[in-house]
Ligand binder design. Sequence first.
Ligand code: UD1
Length: 417
Amino acid sequence: MDKLIIQGGAPLSGEIRVSGAKNAALALMCAGLLTSEELTLSNVPHLRDVSTMLRLLAQMGVEVSLDDRLGLSLRAERLSDPLAPYDLVKTMRASILVLGPLLARCGEARVSLPGGCAIGARPVDLHIKGLEALGAEISVEQGYISAKAKRLKAARILMDLVTVTGTENLMMAACLAAGTTTLENAAREPEVVDLAHCLSAMGARISGAGTDTITIEGVKRLHGATHRIMADRIETGTFLAAAAATGGRVTLRGTDPGTLEAVLEKLREAGAELQTGCETISLAMPRRPKAVNVRTAPYPAFPTDMQAQLMALDAVAEGTASITETIFENRFMHALEMQRLGADIEISGNTAIVRGVPKLQGATVMATDLRASASLVIAGLVAEGETRVDRIYHLDRGYECIEEKLAQLGARIKRVH
Ligand code: UD1
């Protein structure tokens, strides 16, 4: 198994380019199931989750072609098998995103239940409830969701909780339903908006994406389109947090500052000097960071996917911070590993109290999930001496060439097999 070895203590400095957004890419690839024509995506990130989704789509009969310039073409002319099997779904929960499009396009689908994951139970009841409201007959047997519907019918769907993939699944299904669907209490995440743009380019009639009420006027069929995947706001935030924690000075290109205002605000509060352009963000951290309190919540509030990285920053900040996680119930596993590096963190329920220490010391730590791994890399970059991060396959799910990009910023980091 690969690990990362980091010699900490060097401030990050220089420029890198941000990749296309993982979470947007996964949903957009599933949108390819909604048409028999070709969907071409550009700015596709080279990630393990993207490869897993490609395998899943290819297994259903989607013709896939990748070029060497981050371009991907999908053609779902004939779907031979509308099935998402357990062995693929268990490695990537986002596989649930095939359910809505398959049902809308083929009239049936069988998708394995994703089950639990390292950060909590993460049920999919709202996906199921919403599709039932659209007229699907759904049964859950032997670990599989089986769904059937001749043609989906529009409905008014009020979601109990804000769910990102739930909103995306229902928005995709409703594109081919008869009549006009409204999704209320919809997720407002930029990835939902990116998906809506692509679906509109495919002929869908969607309004309100980016607000909590999305209206979808169903059409009989969608056609092919070309779409550029938005920049990854979480990758952007991760590199900014790393630069801030190490007292560095970096410029990120190919990103969209408008999609991470809550994160930029926290970095400013911590003492970072930020400059934003249309597609760039520059950060300089001239002093030791100040502790900042964080409370995660759906967009536009502070993202749960950046909670661990901010904890790494708070771990070496001046003062005491409180970090409250409101989205997932078990998302503090990185705190225990950070303690191995000398961080002073106390957990009580869904709140972590982080008392900043002047220095962390290198140690061996283990990554437990994607964003937890990123936070441990940040902590390792700050720590004195050598840090080994084990089980980095989690990182490869969601960060494109992370060690190469960090090395480009002057980090002393290498991957060993
Ligand atoms: C997506 C993101 C993930 C991010 C999360 C929250 C993708 C591929 N993944 O995950 O990176 O951390 O949004 O921003 O886009 N819930 C239910 N029932 C449901 C669905 C969700 O109870 O049917 C709960 C979840 O357990 C969680 C909350 O709703 O507590 C939000 O989860 P959700 O937004 O659905 O997360 P994902 O879409 O899985």
